[in-house]
Write a protein that binds this ligand. Structure first.
Ligand SMILES: Cc1cc2nc3c(=O)[nH]c(=O)nc-3n(C[C@H](O)[C@H](O)[C@H](O)COP(=O)(O)OP(=O)(O)OC[C@H]3O[C@@H](n4cnc5c(N)ncnc54)[C@H](O)[C@@H]3O)c2cc1C
Ligand code: FES
Ligand code: FES
Length: 499
């Protein structure tokens, strides 16, 4: 049973564990305003808003792709769809602006666009201080996950920029405390969509059902349902596990300071920490998926999914991150935990150290260690993709190094898209370690890339394109180092780079 609110009304629904929010809406509840376009999180036609109580006790809404959001994750949450916005004849400002700007033609994308604008409008409303101005960058970030095939984006953008000028028509029920009408308690243990709230309960579930897939934001896993027609009889949701949602400062035994970031922390929650400490990494997040994907996708999911073109693993490899894994203990009750350098995590295509053997059956990513930035250690990240918004990498290079007395030290060069796994270029690193950043040394590093990688050809790029681009990124790195050595030249600001 799923207990949640839909547009201000309590709902109680039964659904198999692999039902999406979109299926629940359209097929069970007859709410067909939310459209299905791609069923893979790409087009945004199915965008809805999901509200949950924040630490301030207020309900905060984020946009999500209903087609790849598990319906059971609505438990205790407030779902808002396009049907809920107008009050009688009075349109919500997002709708009124879309009408006035002629921002809809066939209308198929329109409900999704209205819902993305609605969450943006809500973010302005929820702001305790003076809301940040709606800059073109903020609008583009909010709308980057919504495709329109016939209107063209200029009128849609115009609607977004002017919606604040329309009379506020905000349904009162938006502020209803979610818990007052729908219970947040963990569903019955016999549910096939298991939602533990503690690590101990998660580990017990893993002991008894190590084969049941884990789901976090579902932005990867749910494509198995919608694109590959997989059926899941039992799923374990990690999004409510307190330990996996924590971000904690920590000092490792080797003295390194940093943060343990819970495996279920979403990109949207991670962004402020990165913006403060790793602007380069934060900039990359702006190029990772769309707002809908970043609101739900997690760091743990990106790592466990082990895609060779996942964006965060190369950056985390370059930073020397560690994983904190937890699973059922083999000796009996309780859990077994271990720390593993990320360097040792990716074994082969989509094969990781998780569940690697019997001893580690049922393991999960509890957290990831992000070292505190060191002013002497530099980081550059360049992502190459065909589109700027909402596109997976063809290639990603993440490079970190120190420059001591004109010599490169602790060089870590990691790439995505160059091998079956996200991987460091150890031969190229060796060519630069302890050397000055000269043209000749970088030439040697570029040549060494051939020992490190034999990339494949696919729809995103040929093997030749990848080899050439990886070498070019190293040359770009050399130029960036040379430029930052010259006091008069400004730092290269375009850290995440896409075209
Ligand atoms: C439209 C779209 C655009 C995207 N763009 C990008 C992009 O630009 N760059 C990019 O890197 N990715 C992109 N992705 C992929 C995806 O969003 C990320 O990989 C995301 O981080 C996955 O996290 P999740 O929480 O949604 O994982 P899920 O889909 O819930 O899970 C993914 C896998 O990880 C496992 N898993 C999840 N959490 C844990 C855990 N704590 N412990 C052990 N196993 C776990 C699951 O069992 C599953 O096998 C995109 C996806 C979509 C749909
Ligand atoms: S239907 Fe395209 S994102 Fe959901
Ligand atoms: S109005 Fe037709 S797809 Fe946008």
């Amino acid at each position: 049973m799923i207990d949640f609110m839909l547009n201000g009304q309590p709902r109680h629904c039964e659904a198999p564990p692999d039902t999406s929010v979109l299926e629940l809406l359209r097929e069970t509840l007859g709410q067909t305003g939310t459209k299905e376009g791609c069923a893979s999180g790409d087009c945004g036609a199915c965008t809805v808003a999901i509200g949950e109580a924040g630490p301030d006790g207020r309900v905060h809404y984020h946009s999500a792709n209903a087609c790849i959001t598990p319906a059971h994750q609505l438990q205790g949450r407030h779902l808002v769809t396009v049907e809920g916005l107008a009050q009688g004849e009075a349109l919500h400002p997002a709708q009124a602006a879309m009408v006035a700007c002629h921002a809809s033609q066939c209308g198929f994308c329109t409900p999704g666009i209205v819902m993305s604008l609605f969450t943006l409008h809500e973010a302005q409303h929820a702001s305790v201080t003076t809301p940040a101005p709606l800059t073109p960058q903020r609008l583009e970030a909010a709308l980057g996950g919504n495709l329109c095939r016939c209107t063209g984006y200029r009128p849609i953008r115009e609607a977004a920029l002017t919606m604040a000028d329309y009379p506020e028509q905000r349904p009162d029920w938006l502020d209803l405390a979610v818990d007052a009408t729908a219970s947040e308690q963990t569903p019955a243990t016999d549910s096939a969509f298991v939602q533990p709230t503690t690590l101990a309960a998660l580990v017990e579930e893993r002991r008894h059902h190590p084969e049941a897939p884990i789901v976090a934001g579902a932005t990867d896993l749910w494509l198995d349902v919608t694109q590959r027609l997989a059926r899941f009889e039992r799923l374990v949701d990690v999004t409510r596990v307190a330990e996996l949602n924590a971000i904690e400062e920590a000092t490792l035994e080797d003295g390194r300071e940093g943060w343990w970031i819970g495996g279920a922390v979403t990109y949207s929650r991670l962004e402020p920490l990165l913006a403060e400490h790793y602007p380069t990494f934060a900039h990359l997040l702006h190029r990772l998926g769309s707002a809908q994907v970043r609101n739900r996708g997690t760091l743990g999911g990106n790592i466990a999914n082990a895609s060779p073109i996942g964006d965060t693993p190369p950056v985390l490899l370059a930073l020397g991150s560690l994983l904190w894994l937890a699973g059922p203990s083999r000796e009996g009750a309780g859990k077994a935990e271990r720390e593993l350098p990320l360097d040792d995590f990716f074994l082969d295509y989509k094969k990781t150290a998780l569940n690697q053997d019997k001893e580690h059956a049922g393991e999960v990513i509890r957290a990831l260690f992000l070292p505190r930035p060191d002013p002497d250690r530099h980081l550059r990240v360049w992502k190459l993709s065909k589109r700027r918004e909402d596109d997976i990498s063809a290639l990603l290079g993440a490079f970190s190094w120190r420059l001591e007395a004109g010599v490169l030290r602790e060089v870590r060069l990691a790439f995505g898209g160059m091998a079956a796994i996200p991987k460091r270029a150890v031969a190229a690193e060796a060519a630069l370690e302890g050397q000055p950043p000269t043209v000749a040394n970088f030439q040697a590093a570029r040549a060494a890339l051939r020992q490190d990688f034999q990339p494949m050809s696919d729809v995103r790029g040929s093997a030749h394109y990848r080899e050439l681009s990886a070498a070019n990124l190293l040359e770009r790195l050399r130029l960036a180092i040379a430029k930052s050595e010259t006091p008069s030249s400004p730092e290269v600001m375009l850290h995440a780079y896409a075209h």
